[in-house]
Design a protein around this ligand. Structure first.
Ligand code: THU
Length: 141
């Protein structure tokens, strides 16, 4: 796969995602999530879920990472690591798949469980037929 990252970068991404997860603001769900992006500028940008008393305003970890990445001009995200306190590797929710796919349809997605078990996907596997810019112009999958 074109975007496969090295074991060293994967380890750094996982550490960054775990640090972000430790800063999660999730008093309602008590379900902390961390994410870390690897960009084509060689930067790591992390995010955590940020909940709200108005539940629907909650932002997922992947979304905060993408927003930071764009705001900081950190480059195009090539890969994302997601960590959760789950028994099986935590995969991004549907909304996050759409938001990640906006920037990199071929993004590598590496998901980790609490124990460090991982599962790797491409964004196309996680969100086939994503609505995208072409769809806005009348084309599409
Ligand atoms: N959450 C994420 O941060 N990312 C996902 O991909 C799945 C869900 C968060 C949102 C909410 O704060 C908590 O996990 C429970 O749904």
């Amino acid at each position: 796969m074109a975007n496969t990252i090295s074991p060293d970068i994967l380890d750094r991404l996982r550490q960054a995602a775990l640090e972000a997860q430790s800063r999660s603001y999730s008093p309602y769900s008590k379900f902390p999530v961390g994410a870390a992006l690897w960009t084509d500028s060689g930067k790591i940008v992390s995010g955590c879920n940020v909940e709200n008393a108005s539940y629907g305003l909650t932002r997922c970890a992947e979304q905060t990472a993408i927003q930071r990445c764009v705001a900081e001009g950190a480059g195009k995200p090539l890969a994302v690591v997601v960590v959760g306190n789950t028994d099986v590797p935590l995969t991004p929710c549907g909304a996050c798949r759409q938001i990640l796919a906006e920037f990199t349809p071929e993004m590598q997605v590496i998901c980790f469980s609490r124990s460090g078990a991982s599962a790797t996907f491409t964004m196309k596997e996680l969100l086939p037929g994503a609505f995208d810019r072409e769809g806005l112009e009348g084309g599409g999958a």
